[in-house]
Design a protein around this ligand. Structure first.
Ligand code: MG
Length: 171
């Protein structure tokens, strides 16, 4: 994969890319945090894997239009819930990350969907284990007035999708 290839891919949207990365940063997530999870997911299968390659594949995932749309939608819903702009019963479900809500996971599936069945397996694994930044976000989401209900699943899905992208290219 090279820069030229990324620009030419019609599934990519370079104009929204910057906005999406900025939004994630504003919510406390760096792409490197996501790449760490990808590394841990994939090092068992690709022994020559480097952290830089994981970062590269996380970038590649976030370039995709469908992925960007899911990120923008999820982050907006978290922020709206924090601002008290949601009506009941949705407001309480989002602010308290109600376990049986489930739509946060469904939205995140739009991200892994781009990479086929390996993506789904990786996402399920990450969702159970809550490694690294996901646990941080999960704990932070429990604080009063903070909502990370969609964000933790989005981050897990990006990590899983990047791991799948590596698997498709190197395994
Ligand atoms: Mg969630």
């Amino acid at each position: 994969m090279n820069t030229k290839e990324l620009i030419q891919n019609r599934m990519n949207d370079l104009t929204k890319y910057e906005v999406v990365v900025k939004r994630l940063n504003e919510r406390g997530v760096e792409l490197e945090d996501i790449a760490k999870i990808t590394y841990d997911l994939q090092i068992k299968y690709v022994p020559t894997l480097t952290f830089d390659l994981c970062v590269e594949h996380v970038h590649k995932v976030v370039m995709k239009r469908e992925v960007q749309n899911a990120i923008l939608t999820g982050l907006e819903l978290d922020i709206m819930a924090e601002k008290g702009l949601m009506s009941e019963p949705l407001s309480t479900m989002l602010l308290h990350d109600y376990g049986l809500y489930g739509i946060d996971e469904v939205l995140a599936l739009a991200i892994v969907n781009v990479y086929g069945s390996i993506g789904f397996t990786n996402f399920g694994y990450v969702d159970k284990l809550k490694p690294g930044i996901i646990k941080v976000l999960d704990d932070q989401g429990k604080e009063e007035g903070r909502c990370n209900t969609f964000l933790d699943d989005i981050v897990g899905a990006i990590a899983a999708a990047a791991a799948s992208s590596i698997a498709h290219n190197y395994a």
